[in-house]
Design a protein around this ligand. Structure first.
Ligand code: CDT
Length: 314
């Protein structure tokens, strides 16, 4: 019996700083309804899908900072998403900034949740690889995720859902092979990834120019090397003075892109994904049980930064 999941990757165009949650949720609902119309089982939304990408600013005012975070999920403004998902019978994943009060202390995470067709929470992931910097740099574009979020504390879990095994990661996580492998070792069959990838922050032009190549390179490699479907969903376009790449795509376990957005705005791409398409890869070239040699991988968990060997003898 074939195991198929129809997945929609719901790219978002820019969100302005002044856009309220209700405005944004209206856009998400439109994409969700379109996904339902296309018979999707699940629709995936990007990282920080409810607000503009606020870590680009050195915000100081705590009230203003807090205004970009959700203190409850669903809250009054996001509840319509859960209700509509339940009414339509469609699952979804959603990235947002999460504010948790723990022992009187505010904890901030870059979070993504997975919701089932009944509008109920299946799982939560908090971003592990926070890019950028905590200190404000002397350049026009900042990437202050290390200032506004803590490192996620939930690891890389996977969940049985939609007839398969699902995992999530967020934006910069997709550049790290460990992300996919930890999920791969739990048998993941579909990884949902939301991203906001800006260009023009002050990096050399040649790095910015390669950003679209690197975006697909890492997700295609992650898919192939772990024999899993990967769904990469962008928040794209010219947002508050900065360009963010699009290229939202659905990648098969072969590493091939099988669906891709063509615009930098709100756009849905859909693909019927056969989870068993991964079988020949899992049973042969990436049969982990047969071929992995963890006794030679010790450094991966013992060491963080690279330590080159001593100098060559003179
Ligand atoms: N959101 C996010 O993680 N963006 C990063 C850009 C980092 S630029 C310092 C990414 O990996 O796309």
């Amino acid at each position: 019996m074939s195991r198929t999941v129809i997945v929609g990757a719901a790219q978002l165009g820019p969100i302005a700083r002044s856009d309220g949650r209700r405005q944004v949720v209206k856009r998400l609902l439109e994409l969700m309804r379109e996904a339902h119309h296309m018979r999707c089982d699940i629709v995936a939304f990007p990282e920080l899908a409810l607000t503009t990408f606020f870590p680009r600013w050195a915000l100081e005012d705590e009230c203003e900072i807090d205004s970009f975070y959700e203190i409850e999920m669903p809250g009054p403004e996001t509840r319509p998403l859960f209700e509509e998902a339940q009414r339509l019978g469609i699952g979804f994943s959603l990235g947002y900034a999460e504010l948790v009060l723990e022992h009187g202390r505010k904890r901030r995470y870059n979070t993504s949740i997975l919701i089932d067709k009944a509008g109920k929470l299946i799982g939560k992931y908090r971003k592990v690889h926070l890019p950028g910097h905590a200190e404000v740099l002397d350049r026009p574009g900042q990437h202050l995720e290390k200032r506004f979020f803590e490192v996620g504390d939930l690891g890389f879990p996977v969940w049985r859902a939609f007839g398969g095994i699902f995992g999530m990661c967020i934006c910069n996580d997709r550049r790290w092979p460990e992300t996919y492998r930890v999920m791969g070792l739990q048998g993941v069959e579909m990884v949902l990834i939301g991203y906001n990838s800006p260009v023009g922050l002050g990096d050399p032009y040649e790095l910015d120019a390669l950003e679209p190549f690197h975006n697909h390179l890492v997700m295609q490699s992650g898919a192939y090397q772990n024999a899993t479907w990967v769904v990469g969903v962008a928040k794209a376009g010219f947002e508050e003075g900065f360009n963010m790449i699009g290229q939202t795509c659905i990648i098969a376990p072969s590493g091939e892109i099988v669906a891709q957005c063509a615009t930098l705005g709100d756009e849905l791409v859909v693909r019927k994904c056969d989870l068993d398409f991964a079988a020949p890869y899992r049973s042969d070239i990436f049969n982990f049980a047969a071929h992995r040699r963890p006794e030679h991988y010790r450094l991966i968990v013992d060491r963080i930064g690279a330590v080159p060997p001593a100098d060559e003898p003179a």
